[in-house]
Structure formats: C-alpha cells, structure tokens
Design a protein around this ligand. Structure first.
Ligand code: PMP
Length: 461
C-alpha cells in the first residue's frame, strides 16, 4: 500500500513559481480539475470494484491526481492561511492584500464593541457550552439572542443554531417529510440541497430564479401533498435576488409555504436590513426565514425565524440542533453586539451599497461580465477554469484576494472570481482593486466572457 504521508509531502507543497511561468503551465493540468460537487459521490474518483479483488476504500485518496496536478502548477487557490486581518486587508505569508472575498458585509468582525462583548461573555460563561441546546447547552444569552432576533425580524419566534449550514439541515429535514414536496432553485446553497436530501421529501428542482418553470412544476404537483418552496434570498455565487413577488403569488395559488435562506440578505437588503422579504415588502407572505451569523453578523451560527408553533416544532425535531453542541458564549454575545450596531447604524448599509455599485460599475466599464449581480456579491465571469485560476493568481500576486468558483458550482464555461464588498472598504482600496483587475486584463488579454459581454450566466440558466 502506498505511503500517503510520503506522497503528500513530496508533491503537496505548492511550488513558488513566478506569474510568467504560471501562464506557461500546462493546460492539461486543468482539464480534469478536482470536483467537490455532492452530486458525484460515486463519480470518477471512486475505485471500480473488480470481481475477486478486495477494494481499498482509501485508494481514491492516494490517487487524487487532479489535486496534485493543480498544486504542481502553483495555481492552487484554496485554503490560503491568513496570518493577520483587519477585515478589509489581510496578511498572507508576509504579503498585504485587499480582501474582496469576504462576507463581512457590514465590516463588523473587528468592531471594538463586538470584540468586547465576545471577550466579556467568554469570561462570564467560559469558552464553550459543552452540550446541546436540548440538554445542558442553553444559556440565558442564547435566549436573549433569539428574543432580539425575533424582535428585529418582526417574527413571533426565533431559534439559534451553531452554524447556518446546520440551520438549513435542521429546518428542512424537520419541516418536510416523506409525503411532502420541496421545490428548490437549482442554484440554492449546498446546505439547502443537503437539507432536502435529509428530509426524505421528494425534491423538485426548478431552473434558477425561473418563476415560469416553478409555476409549471407546481401545477403538476398533486394537491394533497405538503409543499415547500425554498430559495436563497440573495444567491451566494451569482449575487442576484430571488424573484419573491412572483414566488409568493405562486405559493398562495398552489398552497405552498415559502422558506428563504437570507444568509447574504440579512443586514444587506431592506430599509432596516431585515432581508429579502423586507426589500420586497413581503414579510407576511414569507413563512419562514433562515440565516447565518457568519456574514453581516460577523460571527458564526445560524437561525430560523417564524411562527411560534413552527419554531417549537423545529426546536424539538431538528437533529442538527438537538445532537450538536450549542453556539459558544463569545459568538452569541458577539452577534447581539453586532445586531445593536446594525439597528443603530443604517449608514453602514448605505456605504455597503455605494461600494458595491462602484465596483459593479467599475468592473463592467473595464469590460468584465458581472453576470446577474445586483447586490454586494459581484462575480466576475471569466470563462474556463485555467484562465480563472491564472487570473486569480495574478490578482493575488498584485495584492487582491478574490475567490475562484469553478464548474460544477457554476455552469461550465462560466468559471468566475467571486468578489464581495464591505461597508468599510475605502475608496483607495476599491480603486486599487479596479486598477489591478485592469492590469491583469491587459497582461492576459480579453477574457472569453469579457469579449462576449452581457449576462453570460443568464444565458446558460
Ligand atoms: N446558506 C447560504 C446561502 C450560504 O451562503 C452559507 C454560507 N456560505 C450558508 C447557508 C451556511 O452558513 P454558515 O457559514 O453559517 O454555515
């Protein structure tokens, strides 16, 4: 059996290669880049069982060639360790970069009040809860946070989870059962997709934000089935907003409930930051809202908010809540402090939107395709994976941190750099980012997508 440790240490360390050399790297390294989509659990990386021969389950790990090939080019973009951060700028291996790859929309992670609240809570309650909400892990602080969130969102009740991912898993698996139907946007976040899988309900995917397709699929569904429509409020990769007015109308007509994941909308959309439903004036029509504390709320954790009875049900049926330790005191107190700031400083949201508009317009005027973006999530659609990784690396070398997102997370040929903006980015930082995008474009030539222009993703959805 091969020694996996030896293999990794001999080829795992990214070589230090200059950008010119990277451009010359073999394109074949990208032809079969690793897949991390959950659709392909039994895909090409799985060992093929051979009759009469025992199969080693770890064989695929030792033969993870796609990963080794990309690492060997020096273009591997993931798991970059940050040594220091003041939110809008980070230091990586001694190099300063402007961070345009974070979901810290309101720039609250380094706010002194948020940090102080976290420190105070750690001193008062300790470093962790060492148990689930259901048993020994509920603090008065958790209940205070839930009351505050419910009040802020104008919902009767709220339930806090330890991550947003767990909120999606817990809510979907508890609310929809084997006799129910879930109508799910095909570009919903992975946590929603996994939640639908855990639910045992039949999941019907509709085309991205395509209400005509949703209508057709609802119209074919038996009347006597429980129905749930679930979508991101702001789509995490594409930065567009769910078409809630039409969705609400369809839900009413076909007797379905609406569940929104407002991970990227909380604190961002709506006059008060209450999210997608507030943005459209459809709070009553939206039955249940989920969200995360890991974006505008500058911490970690998640929540579901809705009717009292529904939240009571979730509290007693969500396995990801009941069988997992509760949110640590420091994080819980940090979220309450962040919420205080969101309530009293609406100007942060104004600054965020100003920055997002500046960058969307700036990138478009350089000739980049920003796809469907209409929020502070601004993808730059570049084309194929190889071009995208090279573009990412060139920006990184020039001091700009972006996130490459590749097929199958986005449609083939629409690989992109996801950029996202904060209320606290300065004009100087944003101008610097635009200058670097322009410079890399000059070096690498027009992107397949900037040549075609327009909403490339829209055309493929
Ligand atoms: N939903 C959406 C739409 C997300 O983008 C994310 C995280 N990126 C999550 C849920 C999961 O949230 P968390 O990071 O709190 O687990």
């Amino acid at each position: 059996m091969p020694d996996s440790h030896e293999r990794l240490t001999s080829s795992g360390a990214p070589p230090t290669v200059g950008f010119q050399n990277l451009v010359a790297a073999s394109p074949s390294a990208f032809a079969a880049c690793f897949r991390c989509d959950l659709e392909n659990r039994s895909g090409p990386n799985q060992p093929v069982p051979t009759a009469g021969r025992s199969v080693d389950l770890f064989e695929k790990c030792y033969r993870f060639e796609e990963l080794h090939q990309v690492q060997a080019t020096g273009l591997y973009p993931y798991f970059r360790a940050i040594a220091a951060s003041d939110a809008t700028e980070v230091t990586i291996q001694g190099k300063r970069l402007v961070m345009v790859g974070s979901n810290n929309y309101l720039g609250l992670t380094n706010h002194p009040e948020v940090i102080e609240a976290a420190v105070h809570a750690a001193r008062k309650y300790g470093s962790g809860c060492t148990g689930s909400r259901f048993l020994n892990g509920t603090l008065e602080l958790h209940e205070e946070l839930e009351r505050r969130l419910a009040q802020f969102l104008r919902r009767p009740a709220c339930l806090a989870f330890s991550t947003g991912f767990q909120a999606c898993l817990g809510v979907l698996s508890a609310i929809a059962g084997k006799d129910d139907l879930i109508f799910c946007d095909r570009d919903n976040h992975a946590s929603i997709i996994d939640g639908t899988r855990l639910s045992f309900a039949k999941t019907i995917k509709y085309h991205h934000n395509d209400m005509a397709d949703l209508e057709e699929k609802l119209s074919l569904a038996p009347e006597d089935k429980g129905k749930l429509i679930v979508a991101d409020g702001v789509f995490s990769m594409l930065g567009d907003i769910v078409k809630l007015p039409k969705m609400s109308e369809l839900a009413k007509r076909f007797g379905a409930r609406v569940l929104l994941d407002d991970a990227h909308a909380f604190g961002v959309l709506g006059a008060h930051g209450r999210g997608t439903a507030e943005h459209f004036g459809l709070e009553r029509e939206t039955d249940l809202v989920m969200g995360t504390f890991s974006k505008s709320l500058a911490s970690i954790g998640g929540f579901a908010a809705g009717e009292f009875d529904v939240i009571q049900w979730l509290k007693h049926k969500s396995r990801s809540l009941i069988f997992s330790a509760s949110l640590p005191p420091a994080s819980t107190a940090g979220v309450i402090a962040a919420l205080d700031i969101i309530e009293r400083e609406p100007q942060r949201r104004t600054a965020l939107w100003r920055n997002a508009e500046k960058m969307r317009r700036g990138l478009q005027s350089l000739g980049f395709d920003t796809g469907l973006s209409e929020t502070p999530v601004v993808p730059v659609v570049l084309g194929d994976r190889e071009f995208t990784f090279r573009f990412w690396r060139a920006l990184f070398d020039r001091g700009v941190f972006t996130n490459p997102v590749c097929s199958p997370a986005v449609p083939a040929g629409c690989d992109l750099l996801r950029t996202s903006y904060m209320a606290t980015h300065t004009d100087a930082q944003l101008d610097f980012v635009l200058e670097q995008f322009a410079a890399v474009l000059r070096e690498m030539g027009p992107t397949p997508r900037s040549r075609s222009g327009g909403a490339a993703i829209a055309a493929t959805r």
